[in-house]
Design a protein around this ligand. Structure first.
Ligand SMILES: Nc1nc2c(ncn2[C@@H]2O[C@H](COP(=O)(O)OP(=O)(O)OP(=O)(O)O)[C@@H](O)[C@H]2O)c(=O)[nH]1
Ligand SMILES: [Mg+2]
Length: 322
């Protein structure tokens, strides 16, 4: 969709190097490691496949996806008489790209009224701070934005969001402590309709994907929003802490069952060497990663871009010897 394309065009120059820095730890785990393994010329295909499997597992691609990458790598490898370090880079980039699949993703925009975003996820994943980042981004794009403090459970959660709203200069709709979050969301939708707000960003309380009653609460929230604004929530995004590891796949699966996700935001990429989860999530769950966050400032939100991502995590290998 054109909106996302506009944002993507923002990734240039200095911005691009910020993106690369955000994946530095994953780059150490994959690119730098493979560079060492493949240094010195002669690459034994059998031991290399083992090393590749271990490297991918350590970077959190998960067993199934790592195995698939290795199988595809093995097929490609047959086209080479002797593999150089540079060949490994070229093959791996091609294989990772095909295992990820198409990089098609969109932000669903509502042309008839407010576009509603519902952000869900486990405790501490980064939902509230990501809402702030998204609000700042949309505001910069010239959209009118309002926030809904749908976390009425955790003490201080509404205040945390209100501070962000004040800092960014956008409206906020809050409820009372322990108020039914669905009723706060209804208030938010009505406010957005009345005031002609373009973007309504709804925060929710953190919850474990295994707590059935809390997951049902999310389904209820979706239903009440849909009654207020046709097609809403237009975007239901799982906020996933990329340092979580393979539990992220279980989060993706169970939140998707409860709320039918149409996107994932991967947070805290700056603090992890486990950026391979991006590939596993897309390959196994078919849910695209829309944005990644790589720091705590408002500027640390980036649209996910497959080519930049692969360039980043394999960066160390790029100038490897032929
Ligand atoms: N380094 C780093 N820290 C982040 C990033 N995103 C969020 N954080 C930090 O992670 C912590 C939790 O973020 P919140 O936004 O409060 O998480 P939440 O999902 O709303 O948490 P609950 O409301 O308790 O469920 C905060 O200290 C954030 O500053 C990121 O991309 N990089
Ligand atoms: Mg929160």
């Amino acid at each position: 969709m054109s909106f996302l394309k506009n944002i993507k065009n923002m990734i240039t120059g200095e911005d691009k190097s910020r993106y690369l820095r955000g994946f530095a730890k994953t780059s150490d785990a994959i690119g730098a490691k493979l560079k060492i393994i493949t240094a010195g010329g002669k690459i034994d295909p059998n031991t290399f496949l083992e090393d590749l499997m271990v490297t991918l597992l350590e970077a959190d691609l998960g067993y199934k996806t790592s195995e698939l990458v290795c199988e595809e790598f093995e097929k490609e490898m047959k086209n080479y008489v002797a593999m150089s370090s540079r060949d490994v880079f070229v093959i791996l980039k091609k294989v990772l790209k095909s295992v990820y699949g198409d990089d098609e993703k969109s932000i669903v925009m509502n042309d008839e009224g407010p576009t509603v975003f519902l952000l869900v996820g486990v405790n501490g994943a980064g939902k509230t701070s990501t809402i702030a980042k998204l609000a700042a981004m949309f505001k910069k794009e010239g959209k009118s934005v309002a926030l809904v403090a749908g976390d009425t459970f955790r003490a201080g959660a509404s205040e945390q969001l209100a501070l962000w709203a004040q800092k960014i200069g956008v409206a906020i709709i809050k409820g009372k402590a322990n108020q039914d979050p669905s009723s706060v969301l209804v208030d938010g939708c009505r406010f957005a309709k009345e005031k002609g707000i373009d973007i309504l960003l709804c925060d929710t309380a953190g919850r474990l994907q295994t707590k059935v009653n809390l997951m049902n609460e999310l389904s209820k929230m979706k239903k009440v929003i849909a009654k207020e604004i046709a097609g809403a929530p237009h975007n239901t995004w799982l906020v996933l802490d990329s340092t979580t590891g393979q539990n992220g796949l279980s989060q993706g699966e169970l939140f998707n069952e409860a709320t039918k996700l149409n996107g994932i935001i991967l947070t805290k990429m700056d603090g992890t060497s486990k950026g391979g989860i991006v590939i596993a999530l897309k390959n196994l769950l078919k849910i695209p990663v829309i944005f990644v966050t790589m720091g705590e400032t408002m500027e640390d939100l980036r649209p996910f871009d497959l080519t930049l991502y692969l360039d980043s995590i394999l960066k160390e290998m790029e100038d490897a010897q032929k």
